[in-house]
Design a protein around this ligand. Structure first.
Ligand code: NAG
Ligand code: NAG
Ligand code: NAG
Ligand code: NAG
Ligand code: NAG
Ligand code: NAG
Length: 241
């Protein structure tokens, strides 16, 4: 389940150079993304082509040329449908509502007298979900004097990391490239005091923070873990012989 970010924004100020150098872009799913070329005045009669592919840019997605004095721009791809927009002045390509499936290699060919090629690698990430903090001690709370041990977890994803902060300092962290397993990170402190602890889930384009409320998590009066009153009742059984 992905949350859609409905606001749009444009990445700006990216430079690139002709040749085989690849410019890497990391983007948030749902955004409108412009692949900037850094060019400002492409020759008005240039033949401009964009190619795309998950690994190799071998599918033609845009073809723009001047035919008998008229600009003809074709957008071929069914997958991008009406989400593409070419700027002929800069050669830049805008992709609306980008999805993780649009990750891959984008290649720009500009043919004037000579032919120039630019390559871009685009990684699209889903926004991370808010991490959840629960008390690990809960499950064996029947033991007396069980300590409070907060456990933070979040649904996994590409390049995701999960960290605990004490005040502003990161005290532990975990990351995993396997995007199927949920990520777990215990706050490795028994009976944490009232310093401000936060759990942060982050990927290269977004992050989410959950504050630990020790009172609520560990001293919940109706909760099961910390304040545990054991009323012992002794029965004296007299057996008359
Ligand atoms: C096309 O790109 C040029 C140069 O970057 C820019 O000045 C212009 O505003 C762009 N046009 C559109 C329609 O975005
Ligand atoms: C954006 O794309 C997703 C599929 O990737 C689609 O479900 C959604 O309706 C689109 N949103 C807009 C505003 O076009
Ligand atoms: C938790 O803390 C103990 C002692 O402070 C240490 O030995 C252990 O390696 C820590 N575990 C993790 C997962 O950080
Ligand atoms: C909380 O614990 C940290 C480190 O464990 C310590 O530096 C800090 O002084 C403690 N704060 C209180 C109020 O006990
Ligand atoms: C922590 O939780 C308790 C109980 O739900 C609440 O009264 C208190 O305001 C919370 N503290 C913070 C800092 O959110
Ligand atoms: C505290 O206890 C109440 C009642 O059992 C429960 O609804 C609430 O979720 C608990 N809060 C926490 C943080 O465990």
């Amino acid at each position: 389940v992905f949350r859609l970010i409905l606001s749009t924004y444009t990445v700006s100020g990216l430079l690139c150079s002709a040749g085989e150098e690849v410019v890497r872009l990391q983007e948030l799913e749902g955004n409108t993304v412009t692949i900037h070329t850094g060019l400002t005045g492409v020759q008005s009669d240039a033949h401009i082509l964009w190619f795309y592919g998950p690994e190799n840019a071998d599918i033609k997605i845009v073809n723009s040329q001047i035919i008998r004095g008229e600009i003809i721009t074709d957008y071929y791809s069914e997958r991008f449908r009406d989400r593409l927009q070419l700027n002929r002045t800069s050669g830049s390509l805008t992709i609306r509502n980008i999805s993780r499936e649009d990750s891959g290699v984008y290649k720009l060919h500009i043919i004037t007298g000579i032919s120039s090629v630019w390559s871009f690698s685009v990684d699209v990430y889903a926004p991370v979900l808010k991490p959840v903090i629960r008390n690990q001690a809960e499950k064996h709370s029947v033991t007396l004097r069980e300590s409070c041990s907060p456990l933070c977890s979040v649904e996994n994803g590409k390049d995701l990391s999960l960290s605990w902060y004490e005040e502003k300092e990161r005290i532990s962290s975990i990351s995993s490239s396997d995007s199927s397993e949920r990520l777990y990170l215990p706050l490795n402190k028994t009976n944490p005091n009232y310093s401000t602890y936060t759990c942060v889930a982050a990927n290269p384009v977004s992050s989410q923070t959950t504050k630990l409320n020790i009172t609520e998590l560990c001293y919940n009066s109706t909760g099961k873990c910390y304040h545990y009153h054991l009323d012992l009742v002794f029965y004296l059984i007299l057996i008359e012989l």
